[in-house]
Design a protein around this ligand. Sequence first.
Ligand code: ARG
Length: 276
Amino acid sequence: MTPRVPTTRRYLMCPPRYFGVEYAINPWMDPDQPVSTERAVAQWTRLRDTYRRLGHTVEEIQPQPGLPDMVFAANSGTVVGGRVLGARFRTAQRAPEAEHFRRWFVERGYREVVMPAKINEAEGDFAWTGRLLLAGTGFRTDPLAHAEAQEALGVPVLSLRLVDPRYYHLDTALFVLSEATETGPAHIAYYPQAFSPGSRQVLAKLFPDAVLADAADAECFGLNGVSDGRNVVLSLEATALAERLSALGYAPVLVDISELRKAGGGPKCCTLEIRK
Ligand code: ARG
């Protein structure tokens, strides 16, 4: 079995102090369904502490009243090689989040911070494989933002088209299990049905060894995982996917994100990775 080697990560997260489902901008959100902010905070805190227990660094940004989705930090930045590409949200409800994150990066001394001109929901739609930036479009991020990301970050970008409204961000349908190294290719997991036929063919060609998830894995947000190359943080219900990953040498760590899922998010959505 391939030995799975973890690498230490740096994450930026936002406590869900003002979390709620106050509007519906994806099929998971129902403002009539009761939501407990307290439970969301407890689940988020356990997620943060799980990362710290695994040896990762977690930084926090201060949540803002009136921005109930700000907990989904992944949507506010794509950071590769210390360069920061900020966000431009598709919906008016989330638009102000981008500036809070931009300021966070600038105040902490990041010198290369670029704000996109095109709609760009950051790591919600961008996944770094170590060599390539996989980029989703179809619901949120503008395909022209992909070219913008390539210019701003100086890495090759590969466009992929999402076709199922439940999987409106790339990170709800695909994640990187281990990044490419000098000696080996990246290993990813994805739900093929979330992608257009052409994008499926591209994924199959580029990642012949990928873990192909099924509808049940996807529905519980199992593809919204966070891997450090060995430990894979997954939503509690993703037991079938967890078993398959264990058989491949990974160490799944299950977390309850049921409250955050009411807004259409999971572990990855809450986690912006800062790659120096
Ligand atoms: N309610 C949020 C939205 O629709 C959820 C974002 C989830 N984030 C993610 N990275 N998929 O924008």
